[in-house]
Write a protein of this length. Structure first.
Length: 218
């Protein structure tokens, strides 16, 4: 961890760390690793609060539901919802047919979005085992997903599809590009990055309005 300078190194994982997230209060840090595990760390001491060993394959992403509960996803095609202090998962989602690349909670912590190499994005509820929505507009692997309000948007990639109330309203695509990451704002701005050859480009799109911009990262 850094605070102008390196103040702490957290060492427990036995492989590369794929995902790292602060909880809402900043008191705990959550990490997911290729070693199949997720670890919750104490940000003040650097101690391991809890080591979760639930997945059977690399943990690709983690996301906090609230200050003490989170979800993790894996190449084993599953998603676990866990709570600090409890050894077993409080919920398991199984529905993807290939590795689950990314997950994201909605602001209320009642619904979870996921995306996978099976070309689908799914919306899950903690109140049931089957997905609320199974979104299958994509024709290739989906690597990242975001949820933004207002309005409620689920955004996924390769190419980007902007979904509102289960309906695809925008498709932002480029056949020569490899998309890497995206972010949304409360003013309905969508930013994403992609590579064209050896160049990296950053884009901003104003959803529902006439306007956009593109910058080459040098």
């Amino acid at each position: 961890m850094w605070q102008g300078k390196l103040v702490m190194t957290l060492q427990k994982h036995k492989g590369p760390v794929f995902s790292l997230k602060w909880n809402r209060t900043g008191s705990m840090l959550l990490s997911g690793s290729v070693d199949k595990t997720a670890i919750v760390w104490d940000c003040k001491t650097g101690d391991v609060i809890q080591h979760f060993q639930l997945h059977q394959a690399p943990t690709l992403d983690v996301d906090w539901r609230n200050s003490n509960s989170f979800a993790s996803c894996s190449t084993d095609k599953t998603i676990f919802v866990c709570k600090v202090g409890e050894e077993q998962a409080v919920k398991k989602f199984s529905g993807h047919t290939d590795e689950v690349n990314a997950i994201k909670w909605d602001p209320t912590g009642t619904m979870l979005a996921s995306c996978s190499d099976d070309y689908s994005a799914k919306i899950w509820s903690v109140k049931q085992d089957e997905p609320l929505h199974d979104l299958r507009t994509h024709t290739k692997e989906i690597y990242t997903i975001k949820v933004a309000v207002p309005p409620s948007l689920a955004l996924s990639c390769f190419p980007w599809h902007v979904l509102v109330a289960r309906r695809c309203v925008y498709v932002l695509s480029c056949s020569l590009a490899c998309y890497h990451s995206l972010s949304t704002s409360h003013t309905q701005q969508l930013a994403w990055s992609r590579t064209v050859g050896c160049e990296v480009w950053l884009y901003v799109e104003w959803l529902g309005e006439m306007g956009n911009g593109a910058w080459r990262v040098t």
